[in-house]
Write a new protein. Sequence first.
Length: 732
Amino acid sequence: MGNRKNKQTNTNGSDRGAKQVQPLILDFLGEHPGRGYQIKQILTALGVRDKNSKKVVTDAIFRLEDVGAVKKLRNGSFALDKGERETITGTVDFVNARFAYVTPDGGDTDTADIWVSIDDTNGAMDDDKVKVVLKNKKHGKHAEGKIVEVLERNRDEFVGRLEMSSRYAFVISDFRKMFYDIFISLKDLNGAKHNDKVIVKITQWPERNKKPEGKITRVLGQAGEHNAEIHSIIAEFGLPLEFPEGIEAAAETISDKITKAEIAKRRDFRDVTTVTIDPFDAKDFDDALSVQILPNGNTEVGIHIADVTHYVTPNSELEKEALNRATSVYLVDRTIPMLPERLSNGLCSLRPNEDKLTFSAVFELDENANVKNEWFGRTIIHSDRRFTYEEAQERIESGEGDFAEDILHLNKLALHLKDRRFKNGAVNFETVEVKFVLDENGKPLGITPKERKDAHKLIEEFMLMANKRVAEFVFKKGTRDKPKTFVYRTHDDPDPEKLNTFSNFAVRFGHKMDIERKGISKSLNTLISEIEGKPEQNVLQQLAIRTMAKAKYTTAENGHFGLAFDHYTHFTSPIRRYPDMMVHRLLQHYLDGDKSADKEETEEICIHTSEREKRAADAERASIKFKQVEFMAMAEDKVFAGIVSGVTEWGIFVEITETKCEGMVRMSDLTDDFYEFDEQNYRVIGKRNKRIITLGDNVDVRVKATDIDRRTIDLTFAEDDRKSPRAGSAHK
């Protein structure tokens, strides 16, 4: 390969020319399969005479060899590589700096992911759309391939930290699946300084062992500073820093007056006792509950949701921006809202002592929370009281305070709803979430777990009921042959292979699982109940969650496994979720008796909003990890109790019990023996001493190092006088 570098030209014109002639070369060789041609023969066959063109064609031949489309024979001639001519298009998933997988398009289950060595990636990046040719060999159970063409780049901007020398600079990307440093010419620094966090735009993609090149488009601030790091997370995930020009102004022009004509179109709940229950620091209140006892002794409960679609009209600029964002994003120190503040915290927020327009699901319930009647439609409410979760919980526990009787009655009904849901097969997953205590500069002072008490569950049960009943109502409007197009929130059954692996692991802790379809939910709930308070609780819960499919938005009526609902949707949070706005529009559409909406168009939006939801979740996790790393950096001398939460060939993940932060003990730091990875049993085993460190072990660890850029925590086992970690002692 050394001589080829002299033949390669680096001009954009040459690059374009080489790509243009590649099909001509392949066509010529394809007409003579199995036969080799010298470069001079190929040049003659293509009618190439001038020096410049010869250089372009020669370069194109070498590029085709690099990506496996042609092969060089022993005599120096080139032939079409017949064994590598089957091409597949797909998406790149970079696993590490050594290799990637290409997932074929179309979800064809007969074609497994294709393994690609880093040397065969042809400059492709994670999530790029590519064309890959298959080789005549396998890597494990996967076919091996070479990427021959990048069809579509997923992104051309990256966030990272700038490192400078006297003659050039590099940006080290924050993105974990970006394994190249990006070369920056000193003329393209845009005022950035050493150790700044920056956004860099790629100007030249990597090829033939060359690094990608780029220019800095934005300076975010010094690495490690709170705002610089949060802004880098926002940029890394492509989140908007602010609303486009004119969007907030458009929101300000919307009138806050509610006309008599508008009220006349709606069912009036202003005289019915109505409250909101939200976190103490909530700024927008998009749901409220009304409650009244009916003459027959039953209870009427109204679930009132902000009528966002009254204010955000189809095809408006506000609508387009809401669709583009699709969801609000909740980072550790800020919210990136779907709607401007004028709407989210003002017009659409169900603030107390104000008339507000709502879209409601109203149910008549008997004493056991069975639904006797239901009604859906647009309403107007007047909230009497804004409760925090803590205030509502006080009334549940003490039975005292304003509206205590109403809160207690709602809680009693909610408990019936919850019991019935679990009896019908819902899975009781409740993972521990953490909340940070930050100072005025964003520095973490502490980490506390978020508590979920009856007040939280009260609201949750009524929201679940509204979502379920709205979905069922629309489903019943259609027929089996002609279903009404709708937005469902679906959650598929667990993957059988993953479930079987999880079941085998749970047995090692003494927990038996029934993994037959009808028994999964009950078995999982029994397991969750059995492990509560035990050391293995968090690890087994996390593993169980990993066996579950991901929930998504779709027009398919596939049901929700985790909730044990045949039909489910999202109706209750239109201030922060675009699918809920779609549901409001579609529900009103069918209440008005209109024909079914366009399924293809609706499904496209479902796919978009599901992708945006994943992006938001990834960004939220990144911001939490950043603060966890920052917090643990201040505790490098302390010994922490933890539990082994993951085992890989390169290290052992440990979750620290006190802070819920996860770090890694690298295999290279286990110096008392050489440890072998037992993938099947989630453990490593010392080759000589036979010490076993396995998933779920209790261990003591220290923080060895933290890396803000990569948001990683390196740990070591805390060993007094070089004694072995507690992990091994229980498994000798």
